[in-house]
Design a protein around this ligand. Structure first.
Ligand code: ACM
Length: 544
């Protein structure tokens, strides 16, 4: 088996067993029962997208690619079993495990669930390469399963709106890399992106301070219930669970402009620091209605209630708000995720998830902020600095409460960080000075690969790690190409850390992911960053 197959994430075990499989014409996908036909069609769609083929799908026990459900779990005993929290809130340890056997005549994926079959099919898809007149896959046996159960991406659809078709492209990318959570950051100060019954002002762009910058063409700039259901269903068919976030009580300028009664009677510490006031009569009715509706729209078991950066809010009011919102969210029947600051409420419980995001080395720097911000923002800077003074205590406090910790420290998970290494393209080197947050120190792809989930500086020893989530914030994103530019090639590296239990070397990973450019083109992600380290000489010969 040579050269190394370009698999990302790398599987737990892969061994050469036979001569390669050659496919010509229309590959036949066979599934072991009628209820797997839909899965077969999804796999056919993936192969069509990546490899420009038109597979057929039928119930069969002979085919080019067989997907066989086998509840026996045979062969998985030697695998590392996953740790963390299942985004489907189920127990089954081996649900995502699979065996893929590729022989000269056919390939077979065997798993105990349709999810395991899909994970195996994505490995098969990554093993196929074009060799005219057809496709070829190496003869290998792969035995595989994830290191961590929760492997997500948080997508900011507020600072930049992504219509349903673009969100589906994000899901395709997540599925290719075996991610299983799409966290949608649906509301913020700049806009409110989800229809809420009886509260039409929320989604009226005239109430959105950030309307111009965050628009994406003409037309509706929010998701209707049907849009949201379409995203959830598309993601579910690819075994990606949607976790919707309603960010409160800060980051709520749009909501407060829409319904000023939510802000209470007090003057805010600064006009830009409006928040939902727990003393206002309207507030908890609003929170209960919104969370109830979002829960009803969401088949997944988790709701995210935000809780970050409620700058300027008195700590006791913040704690009161979060404690009550946690209760209201739990009352919908869902489990709750909140950003790390929610630990300050002292109301987190062991069933809850605190999402750690403040990265070491990314501490808010008031001096730098004063230098770069216009004078009218200076009164804000001290307020913000005061809030960050508590951040190093948040995650330990969540751990003390027994809550799960979801790792997203900005140090390695925030993909809105700028690139430190050059692009092979002049236009991208110009774009590199515009796209990404200016306040973060740029880092290389290699630096961002240098971590292990169990050794993150921001996660205290003894934490119940739920898993990991990358995050992409879109303040500097003005197009889908900008999104591609920031996500790729870095996102697959996070997939590998989350999925692959054994440590993999940067040089090995670099050579594998460096072969994925043509797939990204075919999936509609042509804007990806041509990092000179991955795509430049001496690696450029086969990787334009
Ligand atoms: C965050 O980055 N404010 C969660």
């Amino acid at each position: 088996m040579s050269p190394t197959p370009p698999l990302v994430p790398y599987p737990q075990r892969i061994t050469p067993v036979a001569a390669p499989l050659r496919l010509e014409g229309r590959p036949r996908i066979g599934v072991s029962s009628v209820d797997l036909l839909e899965l077969g069609e999804v796999v056919a769609g993936l192969l069509a997208l990546l490899h420009d083929v038109k597979p057929t799908v039928q119930v069969a026990d002979e085919a080019d690619l067989l997907l066989v459900l086998d509840h026996g779990n045979r062969g998985f005993e030697g695998l590392v079993m996953p740790g963390g929290l299942d985004p489907l809130d189920q127990e089954a340890e081996t649900r995502e495990c699979y065996e893929l056997a590729i022989g000269e005549r056919s390939a077979t994926v065997t798993a105990s669930s349709s999810e395991g079959l899909f994970r195996g099919a994505t490995t098969f898809a990554q093993l196929l390469t074009r060799q005219e007149p057809g496709l070829v896959a190496p003869g290998v046996r792969v035995l595989d399963g994830p290191a961590l159960r929760w492997r997500g991406l948080s997508l900011d659809v507020v600072r930049r709106f992504f219509p349903v078709d673009q969100v589906k492209k994000v899901v395709d990318l997540l599925a290719l890399y075996k991610f299983n959570v799409l966290h949608l950051h649906l509301t913020d100060s700049q806009a409110w992106r989800l229809q809420i019954s009886g509260r039409p002002e929320l989604t009226d762009p005239r109430n959105w301070p950030g309307d111009e910058g965050s628009r994406n063409g003409e037309g509706r700039q929010f998701y209707t219930h049907d849009d949201f259901r379409e995203i959830v269903a598309y993601a579910a068919a690819r075994f990606v669970t949607v976790v919707p976030e309603i960010d409160m009580p800060g980051h709520t300028q749009a909501a407060v402009r829409a319904y000023p009664e939510l802000a209470g009677a007090d003057e805010p510490a600064h006009p830009l620091l409006r928040h939902l006031d727990p003393r206002a009569e309207a507030t908890y009715g609003f929170v209960a209605d919104v969370l109830g509706e979002v829960a009803a729209l969401t088949p997944g078991p988790f709701l995210h209630i935000g809780g970050d950066e409620a700058f300027g809010m008195p700590p006791e009011l913040y704690a009161q708000f979060v404690a009550r919102s946690l209760e209201l969210a739990r009352a919908t029947g869902k489990r709750v995720v909140a950003w790390q600051e929610a630990a300050r409420s002292l109301a987190l419980q062991p069933e809850d998830v605190a999402q750690c995001w403040v990265g070491e080395g990314d501490a808010f720097d008031p001096e730098a902020a004063r230098k770069s911000a216009p004078a009218e923002y200076h009164p804000l800077i001290d307020i913000v600095a005061g809030s960050f003074e508590h951040s190093s205590r948040d995650t330990p406090q969540a751990v003390a409460a027994g809550a799960y910790v979801l790792a997203s420290p900005s140090s390695v998970f925030y993909l809105d960080r700028r690139y430190a290494e050059e692009s092979t393209r002049a236009d991208q080197n110009e774009r590199r000075t515009r796209v990404g947050m200016a306040s973060y120190t740029p880092r290389t792809c290699e630096e961002l690969f240098g971590w292990r989930p169990s050794e993150l500086a921001e996660i205290p020893a003894g934490a119940r790690l739920a898993g990991v989530e990358a995050a992409i914030w879109c303040e500097s994103v003005t197009s889908f190409d900008d999104l591609a530019f920031l996500l790729l090639p870095r996102l697959p590296g996070i997939a590998e850390k989350a999925w692959t239990p054994q440590a993999t070397e940067w040089a090995h990973y670099r050579d594998r992911v460096g072969a994925h450019g043509p797939w990204w083109d075919r999936l509609g992600w042509e804007g990806y960053y041509r990092s000179a380290v991955l795509f430049g000489p001496p690696y450029s010969s086969s990787k334009a």
